[in-house]
Design a protein. Structure first.
Length: 281
């Protein structure tokens, strides 16, 4: 494959954060939308453990995991079992207690298309190779590697593949599952929109506002029809000559000061530069 057919993205995590889990969720979920493939998916790491992968508390991934639709979290082992119905899954790790406990899970042992191969103690390769993307870097496929420790990975995707949703933004997956997720980079907030709902703060469902049109009474055409719709712009109120100063500009009245204690009367009053102290009841 030529280098020009790949596009890459670098991701750094400093003691956890949402970019890396979001990338894994979107990339992994995109494989479930593929047709059956003869190309396997490889997961290589010296340590592989089970961890919470998909946040399903709002049923975002209920359509992809019908049997786990009511579960708040979908774990990595459940995902591998679901992925094995689409393609072969190959796990590459070392012989240690953590990886051995993960391979012994009943969910994985019941899937005939999941195979594991153990390397020697010098095996330290880390990466995920799938038909539509490749992930490399320092991340172990564990809870600490995905959510706790600071890692640096590189995500490579193939240009021209029909599934362009395997990116770090989980909006495409949310639409397929019946909910749209919008995440703000600056504030780190998350807003959810159910189908049929409109949020004035969102840039997805906003509709352009109609501009007010100034019309003349008795006119015809589009400008006159705007009057019937209630979009007529009223003219500003007329000003008297006394409201204008010597320079021709309108005079601005000063705002009254805040309520304070009158020094002369030693009681609460409202002081204004244009009027004497007025006692406040």
């Amino acid at each position: 494959m030529m280098r020009s057919q790949l596009q890459s993205r670098d991701i750094w995590t400093h003691g956890g954060g949402w970019p890396l889990p979001d990338l894994l969720r979107s990339a992994f979920a995109s494989l479930l939308l593929l047709d059956s493939s003869d190309r396997p998916a490889y997961f290589a790491s010296p340590w592989i453990t089970d961890f919470d992968l998909f946040d399903n508390r709002f049923r975002d991934y209920a359509a992809l995991f019908p049997r786990l639709a009511d579960e708040p979290w979908i774990r990595f082992s459940h995902y591998l079992a679901k992925l094995s119905t689409k393609l072969d899954v190959r796990l590459l790790t070392t012989d240690n207690d953590r990886s051995g406990a993960f391979m012994s899970l009943p969910t994985l042992r019941a899937s005939p298309r999941i195979a594991c191969r153990l390397g020697d103690s010098k095996f330290h390769e880390k990466g995920i190779l799938a038909p539509t993307f490749y992930i490399e870097g320092s991340m172990n496929i564990t809870h600490h590697g995905v959510r706790v420790r600071g890692e640096k990975i590189v995500y490579h995707s193939v240009i021209g593949v029909g599934l362009a949703i395997s990116s770090s933004v989980s909006m495409g997956i949310g639409i397929l599952c019946g909910i749209v997720t919008v995440r703000s980079r600056h504030r780190g907030c998350r807003r959810e929109h159910r189908p049929g709902s409109v949020d004035s703060r969102s840039t997805i469902f906003d509709t352009p506002r109609r501009k007010a049109v100034r019309v003349t009474p008795g006119g015809t055409g589009p400008k006159a029809r705007a009057t019937e719709s209630g979009h007529k712009q009223t003219p500003p109120p007329a000003r008297s000559l006394a409201s204008y100063g010597k320079s021709g500009s309108p005079l601005r009245s000063r705002a009254p000061k805040r309520a304070g204690r009158c020094v002369q009367r030693d009681q609460m009053s409202l002081c204004s530069p244009l009027s004497p102290c007025v006692r406040v009841a």
